[in-house]
Design a protein around this ligand. Structure first.
Ligand code: PGA
Length: 265
């Protein structure tokens, strides 16, 4: 597997949050695919996924399958339940039926604005795995946590709680997103990201075993831009990025995906 980290394929993921309707999603994905094709991007070298709102997924699926794009996509959340009387919820089975490969779970906006607990997040991780989706599990500390407990205590505790029930060898992606860095324009330094990513990987060894821990991509998220991606990608334990705001800017996102062209700069 070709990658700058040696064994893990770098992964750049765009979290659109509640932006772009289904028509806008088609235009965006088409332009992104063209832009990457023009740049001769190879998806085996850097995997790319977008996470549109639920209402866009069918449109994105149809486009990706008709035009045979190698771009992956997924949901921004998933229900802990399979089906039933859960108004407004989306089953992992439905996401799988739309060819979603990934699903974001435990984003800090859902933890804070929607009061998602570690228990609920663990149930969502289990639901995703049950339906054959790869969870992109988000963990990260607030500015207050950082001051009180240091950088890695809260993200590691969140990781352990979310993965307590998973089996050895589980296929997951972890996104380390310091809450203070999200949407703030104030990214962590590459060294800060590496420090926490290294602790997360150590915790993963206990949770899913050495082999799976070595194979798990750990992303950094929080104010990632084309101008700072290279620094993160040089770190041993950082294997990609979960990009919010900059994933809605075609030129920016395309440039982030092509970070290997500016790693030396
Ligand atoms: P940001 O968001 O890149 O806009 O900081 C990242 C995220 O919330 O996943």
């Amino acid at each position: 597997m070709a990658s700058v980290t040696g064994k893990r394929t770098p992964f750049i993921a765009g979290n659109w949050k509640m932006n772009l309707d289904h028509l806008q999603s088609i235009a965006f994905v088409q332009k992104l695919a063209w832009s990457l094709k023009d740049a001769r991007h190879t998806f085996e070298t850097v995997e790319v996924a977008v996470f549109p709102p639920f209402t866009d997924l069918r449109s994105v699926q149809t486009l990706v399958s008709a035009d045979k794009y190698e771009l992956k996509f997924g949901g921004q959340d998933v229900s802990a339940f399979d089906s039933g009387a859960y108004t407004g919820e989306i089953s992992g089975a439905f996401l799988k039926a739309l060819d979603c490969q990934y699903v974001i779970i435990g984003h800090s906006e859902r933890r804070t604005l929607h009061n998602e607990t570690d228990e609920l997040i663990a149930a969502k991780v289990a639901a995703a795995l049950k339906h054959g989706l790869v969870p992109v599990l988000c963990v990260g500390e607030t500015a207050e946590d950082l001051e009180k407990h240091g950088p890695s205590a809260v993200p590691v505790a969140q990781l352990k709680a979310a993965l307590a029930g998973v089996t050895v060898g589980a296929d997951i992606v972890v996104a380390y997103e310091p809450v203070w860095a999200i949407g703030s324009g104030q990214a962590a330094t590459p060294e800060q990201a590496e420090q926490v990513a290294a602790q997360l990987r150590l915790a993963l060894v206990e949770l899913i075993g050495q082999e799976a821990a070595d194979a798990t991509r750990i992303l950094y998220g929080g104010s990632v831009k084309s101008s700072n991606i290279a620094g993160f990608m040089r770190q041993t334990n950082v294997d990609g990025a979960l990009v919010g705001g900059a994933s809605l800017d075609l030129a920016e996102f395309s440039s982030i995906v092509q970070f290997q062209k500016h790693v030396g700069t």
